[in-house]
Every structure is written in structure tokens, then in C-alpha cells.
Write a protein that binds this ligand. Structure first.
Ligand code: ATP
Ligand code: MG
Length: 500
């Protein structure tokens, strides 16, 4: 009789149900694993055999076939070890089959039978919940992560010999050995209190954080662009629980999850400019998420924007516009979410001086312009010049602190969520009319700006979203003329940079 055990494979970012079938029959002793397994799964044979024997179980000396179904789904990683071991134990009558009936198992085994943590446990727990299973057994180090899904019983297993007790729910055998619940140490984040001067830049950063808008900082070397951009995480609005679960799931699958605790900060990804298009948006023979997905619900920071490979930047267009990227490889299609705010920094030209002091030749200027302009720039709502701070500004106190700005940002974001259910940058055209309440004076000023030809239809919509965020920061119910003028100012900078 064939024994079946439930487990899950991670397909892109989605959990897919996998059934481990074990068949034991008379014949020369052998152990075969079939079902589109990668190398790590094939090696499970050796780990499972040693783990069973070292934990006092018997390895059946018969012809053993293990099948991972469905066969068309590619199975990667060592997370199938535990389910394979349990299928063998049940097939050989060493544990009762019924004990596995409504339970999923997931974890890597050491040769001694200890359970090692695996990537993607949160996604597996969500999959088990969707599949209507009652329990999930995972390595003790991953139990906190699995317990983020509340409606399923999580058994924490530290060593295979405790299996029966944990399966029956008698003991979370290893409860005593559970590592102390991680207390999210509020990590130190660089603070805006370190920045002197730059009021306009901090204002733009505040608007970008509050509404989730894309921002470009342009200025000569050493004026503080990188420094300011790196202070963005300290003012971003807090994650809602569904967002935090999304971020935790992605980080866990990518192997970035720190301690199984729920993510308490928005991600901030700052890839080096040598990154490839696949590294940025995802790819590979078995598609894996790129930086754009690791930055989902947070910030993607591209420092030295003009140094990035043009193809990599072009690849960002779809994810920026749609909030998701679809990657097709052979017969496989993977969807990855990419809802991030883009923050970029650049020098105004190759020599970095910009303006009248610029010593670039015409071809150099043209090359720089070509790299910056185009479709990416069109999707950047806020462009601000970061000028050299005056000596008086450098000597003076800083203008604000991150705590102060974060409070305003959080309040503005709450207004947006109450109004449209999303950050202003994500308002779709259909909701714009209802959500973006423009005062009469501002409306006629906007019409003039548009009719004057200085603004594209896309630019107009984008400026309106930014104006809505500025009004939210000011607590204005309808967009006033000042908010609109400020938004158009950021936009004009952007159109200038594209044309220069
Ligand atoms: N406004 C400022 N307030 C306080 N310190 C500053 C300011 N601007 C620059 N600095 C100091 O100068 C250092 C360099 O700044 P930063 O690296 O941010 O420059 P940048 O504009 O990114 O230059 P580059 O174009 O060369 O990348 C900072 O780490 C900081 O110590
Ligand atoms: Mg820099």
C-alpha cells in the first residue's frame, strides 16, 4: 500500500501542495526518489537514511520508491527531507498512518536527525492553511515564523526521535528548548538629525515617504544625496499586518529573514550599479525574485543612477508601472510583486559640477542625458536639486529629526488609506477623480499648466497625486494652490532634466 504525506514546494513566491508517496515492496534493497527533484532533493536519500538510523528507527531493507507529486512541478531545496522520512516511517509501520492524515511536514534533516531551519516556512504555513490542513510540523527554529499563521497548529520538532510526541500534539517536544522568542530589537536607523540644511530636499523626501512617490536627487558630489536617501527608512510609514506578512514571506523565501519574527520595517534595497537586469527584476532558469521584489512595500534605492546598465533600467519600466513583474522561462511563468518607491541619486553631468561650472564636452553631456532621460525619468514624480549646503547651514543645528517627520508621514498615510485604501502613488485613474479633490483655484491653475503644453497627460495625473500627498501632509481636505504649485515645481524639474 502506498503511504501519502503532505508537504509544500515554493514555486516563485507561491506555496504549491506536494504529496510524498512511499511504496515499499519485496526485492533487492534500493531507495529511489522520482518526481522532478533537483540535486538537493536527490541528496535527501542520504540524509534521510542516516537520520532515521541515527534516531533509532529502522531503515527498511526492501525496494523503496518515493514519488514527489505532481511530477510536473520542479522541487528544489532540502525542505522535503522531513516529509520523506515520515512517509518511509509510515510505510514501514513505525508510526501510524493516521497520525499524518491532516498534517503537513517541512524541514531539512541533518545526518544525526536534528532539524535544520529552511527557507519559506511562512509561505508553507499559509499553503497548509489554504489546503485546509490542521497541523504543520517544522524545525524548532522556524516555529515562530510558522505561528504567524494563526489558524493552524504548529508542531516544533528539534530531532526526529521526538516525532511521535510532536505528531500526536502531546508535546511540542522542543518547547523547552525553543530559542527565546526574538524581541525585535529596534535597530538603529540613520537619522535625519545628522543632516544640516537642505530643507527643500527633506521636504521632497517627506512627500515621497508619505505618498510612496518616486524621487530623484540630483546634485554635485559630496552634497549629501546618498546620506539623505539612506535616512529614508527612518521616516517611512509603519507596515500594516497584511503588508508585514507579505514582506516576511518574501524575505523568508529569499533567505533574508532574520529570526522568524514578523517584519517590522519596510525593506530598503540598495543594489550596486553593476547589477544585471535579471538581478534587478528577477530571472534565472528557475525564476527567482530580484531586488525590485525584495523592495516590495518598501524602497528601491539606485545610487549613481547614470552608472546603471541601460537595459537593467529599461527592465524596471513594467514593474514600476504595474507593481508586478511577469517572467516567462520556457514553460514556466512566474509573477513577482514589485510595489516599491524608487529613490535615485545622480550627478547632474559627468564632471559632477553641473550648471555654469560644468566642464563636460557636448558628447559627454549627450551621453549622460541619454542615460537619464527616457521612460524611467517619466515615471519619477519628484526631482530635486541637492545643492552645496552653505557654511552657515553646515554650522547650524539640523532642521528636524526623523521621529518628527515620521509622525507627519504616518498621519498623512493614514488619511490616504482611509480615503482610497492605498498610498496616493498607487491611485489608479478611475479612483483619481473621487480621491483627488482639487480646489477651484488649483483646478484652473492646473488646466493652464496643461494647456500651456508644459505637461503631458501622464505628467498631469502624476502631479495631481503628488499634490494630494502634499495636501495630506498639511491636513488640507482639498488641494490648495500652494500644494499644487509645489507638486508642479517637482514635475518641472523632472521635465527639465529630461530635455536638458
Ligand atoms: N548637508 C549635510 N549635512 C551633514 N553632512 C553632510 C551634508 N552633506 C554632506 N555631508 C557629509 O558629506 C558626506 C558625503 O555625502 P554623500 O556621500 O551623501 O554625498 P553624495 O552627494 O552622495 O556624493 P556623490 O555624488 O559623490 O555620491 C556625508 O557622509 C556627510 O558626512
Ligand atoms: Mg553618493
Amino acid at each position: 500500500m502506498v503511504t501519502e504525506v503532505f508537504t509544500f514546494a515554493i514555486d516563485g513566491l507561491r506555496p504549491q501542495a506536494v504529496t510524498v508517496e512511499a511504496d515499499l515492496r519485496r526485492g533487492l534493497p534500493s531507495f529511489t526518489i522520482v518526481g522532478l527533484a533537483d540535486r538537493a532533493v536527490a541528496e535527501a536519500r542520504e540524509r534521510v537514511r542516516a537520520a532515521l538510523v541515527n534516531c533509532g528507527f529502522e531503515f527498511p531493507m526492501r525496494r523503496l520508491t518515493v514519488n514527489l507529486a505532481p511530477a510536473h512541478l520542479r522541487k528544489a531545496g532540502p525542505g522535503f527531507d522531513l516529509a520523506i522520512a515520515c512517509a518511509i516511517l509510515a510505510a514501514s509501520g513505525q508510526i501510524p498512518r493516521e497520525s499524518l492524515a491532516r498534517t503537513a511536514l517541512f524541514g531539512e534533516l541533518s545526518l544525526g536527525g536534528e532539524l535544520r531551519p529552511c527557507r519559506g516556512v511562512l509561505a508553507v504555513a499559509e499553503g497548509a492553511q489554504e489546503a485546509g490542513l490542521e497541523a504543520l510540523i517544522v524545525p524548532v527554529a522556524c516555529a515562530a515564523e510558522a505561528r504567524l499563521v494563526e489558524s493552524i497548529r504548529v508542531g516544533a520538532l528539534s530531532v526526529l526521535s521526538d516525532l511521535s510526541a510532536v505528531l500526536s500534539g502531546e508535546s511540542d517536544s522542543s518547547e523547552a528548548e525553543l530559542p527565546a522568542q526574538p524581541v525585535p530589537a529596534s535597530r538603529y536607523l540613520p537619522d535625519l538629525a545628522d543632516v544640516r540644511g537642505h530643507r527643500a530636499v527633506i521636504d521632497a523626501l517627506t512627500v515621497a515617504a508619505a505618498g510612496g512617490h518616486n524621487l530623484l536627487l540630483s546634485g554635485p558630489p559630496g552634497t549629501g544625496k546618498t546620506m539623505i536617501a539612506r535616512r529614508l527608512p527612518s521616516i517611512l510609514p509603519p507596515l500594516s499586518r497584511p503588508e508585514a506578512l507579505e514582506v516576511t514571506r518574501i524575505q523568508s523565501i529569499a533567505g533574508l529573514g532574520a529570526d522568524g519574527a514578523l517584519a517590522d520595517q519596510r525593506p530598503f534595497r540598495a543594489p550596486h550599479h553593476t547589477i544585471s537586469a535579471a538581478g534587478l527584476v528577477g530571472g534565472g532558469a528557475v525564476p527567482i525574485p530580484g531586488e525590485a521584489t525584495l523592495a516590495h512595500r518598501g524602497v528601491l534605492f539606485l545610487d549613481e543612477l547614470s552608472e546603471f546598465d541601460r537595459r537593467a533600467l529599461e527592465a524596471l519600466r513594467q514593474p514600476l508601472e504595474d507593481g508586478a513583474v511577469t517572467i516567462v522561462r520556457g514553460q514556466k511563468v512566474a509573477h513577482f510583486p514589485t510595489r516599491f518607491a524608487l529613490i535615485a541619486a545622480t550627478n547632474p553631468c559627468l564632471c559632477g559640477r553641473g550648471g555654469k561650472a560644468c566642464r563636460c564636452s557636448e558628447p559627454e553631456l549627450a551621453r549622460h542625458r541619454q542615460r537619464l532621460s527616457g521612460p524611467l525619468l517619466d515615471r519619477i514624480d519628484l526631482v530635486v536639486g541637492v545643492e552645496r549646503p552653505s557654511s552657515a547651514a553646515l554650522a547650524a543645528e539640523s532642521l528636524t529629526t526623523s521621529a518628527e517627520v515620521a509622525q507627519r508621514v504616518a498621519a498623512a498615510r493614514e488619511l490616504q488609506l482611509a480615503r482610497g485604501g492605498c498610498a496616493n502613488a498607487q491611485l489608479i485613474a478611475r479612483d483619481m477623480v473621487a480621491a483627488v479633490d482639487c480646489g477651484a483655484v488649483a483646478a484652473s491653475a492646473l488646466a493652464r499648466a496643461y494647456d500651456g503644453g508644459g505637461l503631458s497627460a501622464r505628467g498631469r495625473d502624476r502631479a495631481l497625486r503628488v499634490a494630494r500627498t502634499i495636501a495630506d501632509l498639511e491636513g488640507e481636505p482639498e488641494i490648495g494652490i500652494e500644494s499644487l504649485a509645489q507638486a508642479l515645481g517637482y514635475r518641472h524639474e523632472s521635465e527639465r532634466l529630461g530635455k536638458r
